[in-house]
Design a protein around this ligand. Structure first.
Ligand code: ZN
Length: 165
């Protein structure tokens, strides 16, 4: 069923909820409707797709775990050197581990087996292999979630509320 992007009073994205909870927040006057999908739950009450809280709430920053799955996801499941998408993806240390390259968002990218072998123990520059995107840490776990929906073809209207998707 339809999901709803919840914005803080400051318009920063806060979380994703289901439309029923969003409707409750609207009815209780705790949030206002920003976007809706044109479908109606009750007469004159369209299903929201973006709502905004009336009062600002503070949220602690949540770390995104550095896992293989999350790195593949950040990189759109594609080799960051040749663009290959498929099953045979590996993780490559941009600065090789043998040369004290760190395990970090900035130093690990998705690479296909071929590129990983070709690059070997070299930096991209030494191997003359250009990275398609400079690897970086994702903004937030919510960012990650929102990108999943937007890139998956649903909730395009969320895009303008989230930077960098
Ligand atoms: Zn490749």
């Amino acid at each position: 069923m339809s999901k709803v992007l919840v914005l803080n009073a400051s318009y920063e994205p806060l979380n994703i909820t289901n439309w029923r909870r969003a409707v409750v927040l609207l009815i209780k006057g705790k949030a206002e409707q920003v976007e809706h999908n044109g479908k109606y739950v009750y007469p004159e009450f369209p299903i929201p797709t973006v709502i905004r809280l009336r009062h600002y709430i503070r949220v602690p920053y949540k770390e995104i775990p550095l896992t293989r799955r999350n790195i593949l996801y950040r990189d759109g499941n594609s080799c960051q050197y040749c663009g290959y998408t498929g099953d045979e993806l590996t993780l490559d240390h941009v600065m090789p581990r043998s040369r004290h390259g760190s395990d970090s968002w900035e130093n690990i990218v998705t690479a296909c087996v071929r590129c990983n072998i070709k690059k070997g123990n070299r930096t991209p520059k030494e191997a003359n292999m250009i990275l398609r995107h400079q690897p970086r840490k994702p903004y937030s776990s919510l960012h990650f979630e929102v990108a999943k929906y937007v890139n998956g073809g649903s909730h395009q209207e969320w895009q303008k509320y989230v930077i960098g998707i």
